[in-house]
Design a binder for this molecule. Sequence first.
Ligand SMILES: Cc1ncc(COP(=O)(O)O)c(C=O)c1O
Length: 314
Amino acid sequence: MSKSGTGTPTQWPKYVWLNGSIVRWEDAKVHVFVHGLHYGTGVFEGIRGYYDDEYIKVFRLEDHMRRMYRSAKIIYMDIPYPMEKLIEATVELIKANKFNTDVYIRPIAFRGLGGFGLRAMNPVEVAVVIIEFGKYLKPTGVKCGISSWRKPSPDSIPVYAKTTGIYLLSHLAAIEAHLNGYDEAILLDSEGYVAEGAGENIFIVKNSELITPPVYDGILEGITRDTVITLAREVLGLKVIERRIRREELYTCDEAFFTGTAAEVTPIVEIDGRTVGSGSVGEVTKSIMNTYRDATLGRIAKYRHWVREVEVEA
Ligand SMILES: Cc1ncc(COP(=O)(O)O)c(C=O)c1O
């Protein structure tokens, strides 16, 4: 089990996929002068795979890969493999590492060696790394603080793209939250409305209705967010409203929770020293957590297509 919020695995896997082939973990290296390291010119994804009876069940693999190619397009990057190749690489790597625990899958593409100038469009290097991974945030509920760092306005840097560079913001917000004694940060957008967590989208519950900021509000268009909206409407029959949320609404809502691949559905029990609702996991949040869990394991017939099963040797 990793230390909460740090994502540190207890052991590294044997193999990594790098630039077209599977290599040993210790050989998966790039040069110190790659452009992506200096300027954050990279795109990536975070995908979960759940170990279930000799299968790793990968959740919404294609949707994540599709987002990575969209992110790349936004930053003028051509990933030098078709998407199917990276999906195949992911499946091969799961099998090669013979995982028998839940895993986190990290495809990444970044500009490599060549020019060091700001307009250099260096050849793109690509890797897929898969690590053992347990819970990221406490499923019993987290305490949050509003960050002093804001999501940028839409005309400053593309937040719709999941780029490596923009994660400095999440890194700073998460450290600040930790230093202030919180489990996670909540960031406001450039106009002061609630945007999202450092690595999660956010929902509040009011009168059994779900409310979440719209995608134009400086947030990443989360795949877990989409999953939860779909399940809430289609399976649980709940009303979901996408609208701006004021900071005060966070303090006064009935329930609140984060959604994200790493965080899954994580209840929020305290914000800026105010107890959220009853201070324990609310009923709506509980039902969303359970339904989400069922969906990730392919136990909801209508959404079985979200799950890619990879058989692993016992
Ligand atoms: C800033 C940010 N927002 C939202 C999310 C949730 O996105 P997803 O559900 O696709 O993992 C993430 C996680 O990657 C994130 O880093």
